[in-house]
Design a protein around this ligand. Structure first.
Ligand code: GDP
Length: 458
């Protein structure tokens, strides 16, 4: 869904405009930590297509931060998440220095801006709006948010500018069927990579074509499984190994790294009968550091305590391997036997579950509620003191690149951001995961914000 951010200095009527656009679809964010205001996002359903509106007004208004700080925070948010900026000014008050300052920042974003002259309740007041052409935004119109004047025209203009015909869920599914997911099959020598690749290719539901890569030693294999396209990447070495059954494969970190970098998803093949080794953990570390989606493929499951009871066997495996790979906590385990071609279908189910989870989204309202709650319950470093970091707003950034398995990216806007420790950030990540498990997918958590000058004096 596209997002329109409503920006403007205090008292120009941003909330009224937000209400007028949202109608009954307002999502309330309760004011937990005393730093957010009541409403953040809502869906505007008044036009031909639904879009999200984001009321940036009042962020930081309840703290003692000065106005320019607020301008910066608003601009930062608008800059990051919105597809279009709705810049609200007040025709009664006329142009104010903050309007000038804001228009400069908004222009710098290079995003489309619609200038809305609010409080144009009468003809006389509407005349006053001509002054605002000085701000230099070609899309300008007059409204009265309180009296509902000009709202219909505004929605029409927003819809046009957003070109809201954009992708529907069905289109995405259709697109996915064409665009292959790039899968890297990685692991230490003898783990069973080539056996797995062969098992995948020999399944009767796969259609295969080999595509030589750009370099001599890279080879991608396109295959189709259950109606979906996949691209097994950098398989040259792996396939060669399969043809000539020699036990020599030099473990190369560079080779693994190259494949991981190109991948949408990594299958880390582990010989679970032999147990996890240093090299396995090393590759897992590379995947983690590259922020890549991952599944831990427990291969040679047929050799793992074969006589034990099925239920105990899998629990035992899970327990051991969770411990070995604790650091790559988001990756699910799937037990297979490549040689016996067992559970290949299950593996593809897991692959598709990862893709599905990665495409979900938590609404901005719920996300803010969730983290404010969590911070309220378990305050971060320095607790609730005036020196502690304060979360102003959190949002999931729209992924501009169209990866088959998008990696969710959360941006936290905070005061005293420097006070936010890594471990507390990981705690907040786990809070998001509790609502949205997204198995197999790493989260990127970034923090924006600065140390207000007056923080130490408080
Ligand atoms: P690679 O070096 O990772 O490509 O490993 P290979 O696919 O060449 O497998 C190494 C050895 O393990 C070969 O002898 C395979 O037959 C054997 N192997 C692979 N997968 C399995 C499995 O699931 N079960 C058993 N029992 N052996 C396997």
């Amino acid at each position: 869904m596209k997002t329109v951010a409503i920006v403007g200095r205090p008292n120009v009527g941003k909330s009224a405009l937000f209400n007028a656009l949202a109608g009954k679809n307002i999502s309330i964010v309760h004011d937990m930590a005393g730093v957010t205001r009541d409403r953040i996002t809502a869906e505007c359903r008044r036009g031909p297509e639904v879009f999200e509106i984001m009321d940036t007004g009042g962020i930081g208004a309840k703290t003692e931060d000065v106005l320019t700080e607020q301008v910066q925070v608003e601009a930062a948010i608008a800059l990051d998440v919105a597809d279009l900026l709705l810049f609200v000014v007040d025709v009664v008050e006329g142009i104010n220095p903050v309007d000038h300052e804001l228009s400069l920042v908004l222009r710098r974003t290079q995003k489309p801006v619609v200038l809305v002259c609010n409080k144009a309740d009468s003809t006389k007041r509407r005349m006053g709006s001509s002054e605002f052409t000085k701000l230099g935004f070609p899309d300008q119109l007059e409204v009265s948010a309180v009296h509902g004047l000009g709202i219909k025209e505004l929605v029409e203009m927003l819809s046009q500018r957003l070109e809201l015909s954009a992708e529907s869920a069905e289109e995405r599914v259709a697109y996915e069927a064409i665009r292959p997911m790039k899968i890297a099959v990685v692991g230490r020598p003898n783990a069973g990579k080539s056996s797995l690749v062969n098992a995948i290719l020999n399944q009767d539901r796969t259609i295969v074509s080999e595509v030589a890569g750009t370099t001599r030693d890279s080879m991608d294999i396109h295959c189709r499984y259950n109606g979906k396209n996949y691209q097994l990447i950098d398989t040259a070495g792996i396939r060669r190994r399969a043809r000539v059954d020699t036990p020599v494969e030099v473990f190369s970190v560079q080779q693994a790294m190259k494949s991981i970098k190109r991948a949408d998803l990594c299958l880390l093949v582990v010989d679970c009968a032999a147990g996890a080794k240093m090299q396995d953990r090393k590759i897992a570390q590379l995947i983690l550091e590259s922020k890549k989606p991952c599944i831990l493929v427990m291969n040679k499951y047929d050799l793992f305590h074969p006589t034990a009871q099925q239920k105990e066997r899998i629990e035992h495996l899970d327990e051991i391997m969770r411990r070995e790979f604790f650091f790559i906590h988001y990756a699910p385990l799937v037990a297979i036997s490549a040689k016996e071609k067992q559970h290949i279908g299950k593996l593809f189910k897991a692959i598709e579950a990862v893709r599905e989870g990665a495409h979900n989204r938590i609404g901005t309202g719920s996300l803010n509620r969730l983290l404010q709650h969590a911070i309220e319950n378990t305050p971060g470093p320095l607790g609730r003191s005036a020196y502690a970091f304060k979360l102003l707003y959190v949002t999931q950034v729209n992924d501009k690149d169209d990866r088959a398995v998008p990696v969710p990216h959360f941006v936290l806007f905070a005061n005293r951001a420097a006070k936010l420790t890594d471990s507390y950030l990981r705690h907040l990540e786990s809070v998001i995961r509790s609502e949205w498990p997204a198995e197999g997918v790493p989260f990127i958590m970034s923090v924006r914000g600065k140390q207000p000058k007056n923080a130490r004096k408080k």
